[in-house]
Each structure stands twice: as C-alpha cells, then as structure tokens.
Design a protein around this ligand. Sequence first.
Ligand code: HEC
Ligand code: HEC
Length: 342
Amino acid sequence: MRLAYGILILSFSGLGGAVAVTGQQAPLAEQQFKNIKSFKGDKASDVIPAMQFMSASLKVDCDYCHTADRASDDLEPKRAAREMIAMQREINKTHFNGRNQITCATCHGGKIRPVGVPPITGLEVRARRAATVVADDVLANYGKAMGADAASKVAGLHLEGMSESGAVKSKVEATYSGSKFTFTTKGAKADNKMGFNGTMAWFTTEKGIQAVPLQYAVHYVNEKTLFVGLDSLPKLTNTSGGTAKIEGKDNVVVTGTGPDRTRVSLYFDKTTGLLSRSSFSYPTILGSMTQINDYTNYKKVNGVPLPMKIVNHASEGDTTIEYKSVKVDNKIDPISFDPPKS
Ligand code: HEC
Ligand code: HEC
C-alpha cells in the first residue's frame, strides 16, 4: 500500500487552504471534494480512509478506479463502486441495524470479482477463454490419446488401492464396466459400498441399502466415473475453449453445459492430450456448488491410459484415491452393479 499512501499525501497537499472551515464544524465531503455523490453529508476527513478501505478490500490500487483526476468519473470501476456503496449501505441498514456488517471485504475478499461458490481447493485455477482452442479439436485429440476402441479394451475393470480423506486412510476396491461401477471403502467394522447400475445409484448405510434416483446422485456418479474415451465424457452443449495451468502444466479446457444445467469444464494436458481435471458446477436455488476431480499417474492398461491417482476436491475436503492394482475382466456380470439384496 506504499503507493496508496504516496497518493494519499498528494491528494491532501493538493487541497491547500482552499477550504473555508467555519467555526468548529468539520467540512463535509462535498465541500472539500469536487464530485461527491455517494458520500454527501459524510465528513470530508472520512473520504480518504474509505478509499483505502475499498482499495484494500479489492486488493487494487487507487488507479483501478481513478485517472489522475480523482474527481473524474471516466473509469467504469469508479461508477460500479458507487452502486456498490449504495448496495452495502442498503443491506446494512435493512438487515444489520446500520452496522457495517456486510462490506466490500465480505464479498470481495481481496478479489475484483467475488467468488459466489463455496470455497474448495483447486477453484482458484481459472480457465481463460481462448478462441484458438477449439472444443472439437481438443476432444478429438483426447480420443486419439486414449487410442482406438479404448472403452472396449477395458470394458470391465477391477481396481484396488487406498483412499485418504483428511486423516482417514482406507482400503478401496472398485469395479467398472462402462458407466456402471461399484466402489467399496473398507471400514474397521463395516464396508461402505456405493454403486451405479446405469439408471439407479445406491449406497449402503447402517440401516441398509439406500437407492437414489440419478438426479440426486449425479454428484457421486460424476465423482466416481472413470472416463475411458470420448463416449464416456459428459455430452456438452454451448462449448467454448480455454487454457489453464494446473500445477505448472499447460492445459486446454473445454467448458459447456452438461445434463441438468450443470456447468462442466474438462481440462486436458496440453502435451499428452489426456484428461487431467473435470469440474462440475451444480446449480442450486441459492448458488452453485462445485466439485473438482484431478486425474494423474496415468498407466497403460491393455494399451489404454488410465489414471491411477484421482483427487476429489469438494467443499467438505479432499479425497485422494490411489490404485495399486488393476485387472481387466471383460466378463463382469451386470447384476453386480445393482444394489445388493439385503
Ligand atoms: C473501488 C473503486 C475506488 C478505489 C479503489 C479508490 N476510489 Fe477514490 N473514489 C471512488 C468513488 C466511487 C468516489 C466518489 C465518491 C462519491 O461519489 O462520493 C471516489 C472519490 C475519490 C476522491 C474525491 C474526488 C473528488 O474531488 O470528487 C478522491 C480524492 C479519491 N477518491 C482518492 C482515492 C485514493 C487516494 C484512492 C487510493 C487509496 C482511491 N480513491 C481508491 C472509488 C474508488
Ligand atoms: C453483497 C456483496 C458485495 C458487496 C458488499 C460489494 N460488492 Fe462489489 N461486487 C459484487 C459482485 C457479486 C460483483 C460482480 C458483479 C459481476 O461480476 O457482474 C461486484 C463487482 C464490483 C466491481 C466491478 C468489478 C469489475 O471491474 O468488473 C467493483 C469495482 C466493486 N464491486 C466494488 C465494490 C466496493 C468498492 C464495495 C464496497 C463499497 C463492494 N464492491 C461491495 C458483490 C459485492
């Protein structure tokens, strides 16, 4: 904020003795400054500290909102800030007895554009739109990287490994056949199982099997799905291309609308063409919830590259799954994906 203080001193020195202070009364903002709309009736001495507060809340310099002439309304952010000041005051007057409870900092938290989704790791990676990245090309490239007939080469899979969630480590077993799967987390007392048979998702609870219609279970189906080839990826409409860096690596990104208005972004490693991240934003009536999966440690199974490490980032925290063994089994009985009878 060194710059801000420098400008602060300048803006005070520029005032000279031009302001006539009558009696003991402190001058009002509009008496001391040239173009005051928001702070009419406030003390002139409150204006600059408010400027510092706004700068700090958005983590910007004075010049983000101002040209050299601080009284000019040329810049859009200055005009936006006036609306924000009015909004902040309105919210606090209506809901918090006029106390400054909701402020620029509450919403902006050091960012120019506030984030409207619950915080999760990985969300800070932002895909930048890039007209040079063509969604169809990226997807075709992924298809090539996976190899011809990827899905049929690994039509059935048994995987075993470990999952780590917070301090809890567990053995896990998974079975996949296309979009169908079962996923078992071994517990000290009982195992937690979940699955998807193509139409119905289910999981075990202490009281037995809970079957969940797909519309409510898409979150964990998307989380657990093992994408194997183009046809396994969610079908997106209104796609756009972008770029992003994940842990220093260049990615190309395809973003679009998936089923049920879900916003989906698929990140592909620029060098290998393989899927490195999937991001799903589920709309609720109050805002969107985001879930991110990172796929790394690709290993060829029957010639098909499969991620051996999958990290799921969600608001509740991260879950890391690392598979140690993979067996191809193209004769898995489809019935095994149904909820167990109990
Ligand atoms: C987020 C946008 C924003 C930032 C950042 C910002 N200002 Fe302002 N500034 C405004 C707005 C809006 C007004 C007009 C207030 C009003 O209408 O009462 C204003 C008014 C002023 C004025 C009064 C100009 C006049 O004569 O009417 C001065 C001086 C000023 N700002 C200085 C600063 C300084 C110094 C900084 C950096 C510490 C700063 N501003 C940072 C939005 C901003
Ligand atoms: C209740 C939440 C909330 C509060 C409080 C709030 N803002 Fe905002 N502000 C937003 C949102 C949300 C946007 C983004 C709107 C968009 O993306 O179109 C925004 C956008 C802006 C922008 C435009 C950014 C740009 O250049 O695109 C500025 C400048 C800004 N706010 C300044 C402020 C200042 C200064 C304050 C405090 C006086 C403030 N905001 C208080 C939520 C808030």
